[in-house]
Design a protein around this ligand. Sequence first.
Ligand SMILES: Cc1ncc(COP(=O)(O)O)c(C=O)c1O
Length: 381
Amino acid sequence: MTVPPIDPFHAIGISTIAHRMAAEGRDIIHMEFGQPSTGAPREAIAAAHRVLDSDAMGYWESMPLKARIARHYRDSYGVDIQPEQVILTCGASPAFVLALGCCFAPGARVALARPGYVAYRNALRALHLHPVEIACGPAERFQLTAAAVAALDPAPDGLIVASPANPTGTILPAEEMQAIVRVCRARGIRIVSDEIYHGLSYIDPARCILQDDPEALVVNSFSKYFSMAGWRLGWLVVPPSLIDAARARMGNLFLTPPSLSQHAGLVAFDCRDELEGHVRTYRHNRDLMLDRLPPMGLNRIAPPDGAFYIYADIGHLTDDSLAFCTRLLADTGIATAPGLDFDPVDGHRFMRFSFAVSTDRVEEALARMASWFDAAHARRP
Ligand SMILES: Cc1ncc(COP(=O)(O)O)c(C=O)c1O
């Protein structure tokens, strides 16, 4: 078996250039990564300060946090899970490694939407699994459909569902999600649902896959809604039959997540006022961008239902999204992610903006972009 090749994450390259420019004194607006510019909730930080003085910070699995997460599923979705079904992880990224490792043998085929989060494709390859990409365009609002999953021949072993999705922020309507679950059940396809953007929605809240499929695995994290990306804390919910397999993998591959983060994460669950304030900022930023991008010619956008991204078609301006984003950064100081990261086939004509920054920075970015996009149109033959 050969070592599978893994694609680079181009937004990291853009970010490296952006940081170099900032060190040279340029004012950079960071819209390349999906990371809140706000820190952890104030109360969570205060709790972390307190435990640093009193806790030896050994390997640890916080039972209160597992119980709190189980309660969250009951309160938010009406789903009963046991705390033992919650595996605490160092973010959603290792939760994926556990989920995929528990469910699929090397060589298994796992379907996913294209465009989609870059690491799905690459994590699958790294684990010697085969990504089966389903092309999802504007007609489906870049989301999976039950019909597309039903049409896969042969049936894949697994399916990754992401709602709200990265890079588009679109949410699967409840009926479509239920129809996808029915198709998967009938065809023996195991679902892994990435719910990392739950809590960040501008329409009805996204549905949890466990409301429809208790055999699904759910990946989640403190990186987005809770504004704690660098604390490296997340979780995986597994059905009872997979608890031992998931725990064994967590213990052997990663041991435990950081103790400090688990203490802070427990407190963060009850910092709703502060966190909902961030959601209001994102909503405002979203509306500003949806208002001001179309006059710049960026009018082929599926309005994001959630998350904090705008995925825009720039095919009228370029067929090289990486070069385009690199030039935008050099000329304006605005760092963005090229569509190539999310879609190896059509991504050369898309770009993604993250609006998880302050409204002032969004205003400033829009002001800088207005004339730049005029000039980009003029440059285009
Ligand atoms: C859809 C999606 N899933 C997972 C992750 C990884 O998140 P974490 O920081 O929790 O590892 C990201 C990060 O941007 C993401 O966008």
